[in-house]
Design a protein. Structure first.
Lengths: 252, 597
């Protein structure tokens, strides 16, 4: 944290493909009065200096997943991080779009491949045809075993930190694998074998290089690497898991 | 009409939070094949996901441990033991919370269907927290006389939103992410479609549909201190109003008692539900003076007024004495980490305070819009105080005013309302389509008209910037039309808004490009803020009583003789004109009472 600067220099990567040949950095001076967040700083630039500076944002408290960006080389959500924390010795911070994705404009990236993989793994639960009159009796332990995967906000910080994604967009990616882990582990889901076959293929769990970038990047402190490890282990016993699941559902 | 830019669906739904996604999924389940859902964000960014503490339903999974008092521990109800809760009790709490302005026939629908919709969420994969025997976990919430806020840690809205979005995808609903609504097309009291912009390239399209539904959310962004997302600019209410649809009870805006000091970001009511205290600069639990029985778990309007009174009388905390402390320390580390992980992070991120070790500075924050587009219990929009339906137009969620919340909403009833009435609207829309609804002709070229309108916006030369207008409006709404109101302040707000309306006509939009122009969107959103704020203020000025969230210092009492009625605002040449609609009351069961906690 660097407290001495009254003004900060915010360097924003600009790029409008309609008018610019390539991305460039533009500097803006922003007041640090009132201890603004990085998002407040961007908002200040946009509303008072240059309205064409473009970025996504909505909730302001790290739950909607809109504002993941690359700040000084790390993928973070700009809404919940103080500007001062990210200033270097010269009072500067550099904000770029998430890496490995096409740029739509400035800090807004094209997430088509990200959502394509999300759809590929069937993020929805496929429950049994017969449902109980009240709730399924899922135990507190079974909830805990999901390892808070349900808290994932699909911000893409992990996806754009993954070196495998950098090499190929065919890779399912840490976000979708984490979601698939959550479904496979859920005692209410009826298709764990099919799910494991989806992620057991050449673009799935086998591609993870265990570099742990996804864990470092996750603003929710989730652990996609561990989820991928679990899926890898369960892939080998997918038929047994399916049988086990059927039995579990008799008492669910 | 420029057919090249025309898109056609059986059903267009605008907004992809809980209400919109429930409606889409339900209509799809009922066999409607051709549904398009527009959202100015990606659907998973919708503000429903920011709700934290719980969703109300009398499931009877837990009860207070006998003889431990109103704030003691909870336990699962052993099989075969007597229930502690019922939909009737939930109904009474909601009526009392609404200060008798909620329509009782509609509240009955809400609380009865609550039970079933909770199980439906669970069956669709929602990851709830659990009791030891595997039932959905429940906690206490303000104004509820039994522990009936069903929760998933403190990210309940998030898991509900993801669950319903996933299921809508499973049922083949088509989503248009990052499309912005520009116009509602209504002719001869029949809705015929909408005009919208694809934000990605700025192209403007007419979207024709047999049925249109708005699920565009609330209007909290008109206030300086708010818990609301940037997106909550009341686009739907403003656009409907502009198209001649009336708005109901707009003066009722809820201020949540625990927004992060100076930021307004929400610290869930679950903080108090789990046992948190509110204290002033003297270290007093001041709620003793205002709600001796319910204390911190009184309804939000009452707690926010109590906080504001403490602040106004000089007992606030912080450098400017405009804050209050939320003290969670006595809950202990384990409970905070397990039950309130998200709010702990929020406190650390925005105040540098870990609630495990220190009290967190908070203040009241504009949170929820009780008012909106008037609808029937099936989401059918009504065109006047007499209840004439506006054919083909539906609404649900925070944009709508059914009204189940009346003058003040109880916490955990909003996720419920969006879900129950979203589902009901989905059913009604499916019925409407299957009864043979047809595409209706559209006069002229609304897309072209809107292209000209947008160009005129982009051509404005300033020198003022749009944001200056937006900031002044927010200051005005917070200071003059906030927790405590009176005639003088509201009159000032009326003239200020007139002035801002004029100034906005020339205020400059800096970004002139067509690609992903969020500066243009901010310009349009500011226009919406000004449009509906005029209605909020005029309604507040007209209502010479205090009821629920509407507190007039010059009329401090509730006045059932003159004001037990809904405000219906109609757009006129010189601002809104009002008619009034009767409140549905079951005089035998739930006649108005004095509201004490």
């Amino acid at each position: 944290m660097n407290k001495k600067f009254e003004m900060a220099t915010v360097r924003v990567q600009r790029f409008n493909p309609d008018t610019d040949k390539k991305p460039y950095l533009q500097e803006f001076q922003v007041s640090t009065e009132g201890d603004p967040t990085l998002l407040d700083a961007l908002q200040q630039i946009k509303s008072t200096t240059d309205g064409s500076v473009t970025f996504r944002r909505s909730c302001r408290h790290a739950i909607c997943g809109s504002c993941a960006m690359n700040v000084n080389g790390r993928n973070i959500l700009v809404c919940h991080e103080p500007l001062k924390k990210h200033l270097d010795g010269g009072g500067r911070v550099t904000i770029r779009p998430l890496p490995y994705l096409p740029i739509i404009k400035d800090l807004v990236v094209d997430r088509t491949s990200f959502w394509k993989q999300y759809l590929l793994i069937k993020p929805w639960l496929v429950p049994p045809d017969d449902v109980p009159e009240k709730e399924f009796r899922m135990t507190p332990q079974e909830v805990e075993d999901l390892n808070s995967a349900e808290h994932c906000i699909m911000c893409g910080a992990c996806y754009s930190a993954c070196t495998v994604v950098g090499m190929t967009k065919e890779y399912i990616g840490p976000h979708a694998l984490l979601k698939e882990f959550m479904r496979v582990m859920d005692p209410r889901d009826t298709i764990p074998e099919q799910r494991l076959e989806t992620v057991g293929g050449s673009n799935g769990v086998a591609r993870c290089h265990t570099v742990f970038n996804c864990i470092d990047a996750c603003p929710k402190h989730l652990d996609p690497t561990k989820a991928i490890e679990t899926l890898r282990r369960l892939y080998g016993k997918r038929q047994a898991l399916e049988e086990e699941r059927k039995k579990r559902q008799e008492t669910l | 009409m420029a057919e090249a830019n025309t898109i056609t669906h059986d059903v267009i739904i605008v907004g992809a939070g809980l209400a919109g996604s429930w409606a889409a999924m339900t209509a799809a389940q009922k066999g409607v094949k051709d549904i398009g859902v527009l959202s100015k964000l990606h659907p998973l960014r919708s503000h429903s996901g920011a709700a934290q503490g719980g969703i109300a339903a009398a499931l009877n999974n837990v009860r207070p441990v006998p003889d431990t008092g109103p704030r003691g521990p909870l336990e699962q109800i052993p099989p075969g033991d007597e229930p502690v809760d019922s939909w009737e009790l939930h109904m009474f709490d909601t009526i009392k919370g609404s200060d008798w302005l909620g329509d009782q026939d509609k509240i009955e629908v809400l609380v009865k269907e609550a039970i079933d919709i909770l199980y439906e969420y669970e069956h669709m994969g929602c990851v709830f927290s659990r009791t030891p025997d595997g039932r959905i976990a429940q906690r206490r919430f303000g104004g509820h006389s039994a522990p009936r806020a069903n929760y998933a840690a403190d990210w309940t809205g998030h898991v509900l939103l993801h669950t319903i979005h996933e299921q809508a995808l499973r049922h083949g609903v088509k989503f248009y992410s990052e499309w912005y609504l520009l116009d509602l097309i209504v002719e001869d009291n029949v809705c015929r479609g909408v005009v919208a912009m694809n934000i990605l390239d700025g192209s403007i399209h007419t979207l024709r549909a047999k049925a249109v539904m708005f699920a565009t959310g609330g209007y909290g962004r008109a206030f300086k201190i708010t818990s609301n997302a940037f997106a909550n600019t009341g686009d739907g209410v403003a656009m409907a109003y502009r198209a001649g649809v009336p708005l109901m009870d707009m003066e009722f805006v809820q201020f949540h008692p625990t927004g992060i000091y100076r930021h307004g970001i929400l610290m869930s009511e679950a903080c108090r539900g789990e046992g948190g205290y509110l204290t002033n600069s003297e270290g007093e639990r001041f709620m003793e003076r205002y709600a001796p029985e319910k204390m911190e778990l009184a309804p939000r309007d009452l707690v926010s007024r109590s906080e504001q009174t403490e602040i106004d009388e000089g007992r606030g905390i912080g450098p400017d004495k405009q804050g209050i402390y939320l003290d969670l320390r006595h809950l202990g580390r384990e409970k905070i980490l397990n039950r309130l992980p998200q709010v702990r992070e929020i406190a650390i991120d925005f105040t540098g305070t870990d609630p495990i070790d220190n009290p967190v500075p908070i203040q009241p924050t504009a949170h929820y819009s009780m008012g909106g587009i008037p609808t029937t219990v099936n989401g059918q929009v009504i065109a006047d105080a007499e209840g004439t339906p506006l054919t083909g137009f539906f609404a649900a969620g925070e944009v709508a005013c059914v009204s189940v919340h009346g003058a003040n909403r109880l916490g955990s009833n909003s996720l419920l309302e969006a879900s129950v009435f979203g589902r009901r609207a989905g059913n009604a829309i499916a019925q409407f389509i299957q009864d043979g609804a047809e595409l209706q002709p559209i006069n002229g070229d609304p897309a072209q008209k809107n292209r000209q309108r947008i160009q005129a916006h982009l051509d404005r030369s300033g020198p003022e910037l749009v944001d200056e207008i937006a900031q002044e409006l927010k200051e005005t709404m917070t200071n003059k039309c906030g927790i405590f109101r009176n005639e003088a302040k509201l009159q000032e707000a009326v003239s200020k808004i007139q002035e801002l309306k004029e100034r906005l006509k020339t205020a400059k939009i800096m970004d002139k490009s067509s690609r992903f122009n969020t500066d243009l969107l901010a310009g349009l959103e500011t226009e919406h803020l000004v449009t509906f704020s005029e209605v909020v203020v005029a309604g507040a000025l007209a209502r010479t009583e205090s009821r629920g969230a509407h507190a007039r210092t010059d009329y401090p009492e509730r006045d059932d003789e003159n004001w037990l009625k809904h405000t219906v605002a109609h757009k006129g040449e010189d601002g809104p004109s009002f008619s009034y609609k009767e409140v549905n009351i079951d005089w035998d069961r739930y006649p108005p009472q004095k509201r004490q906690y």
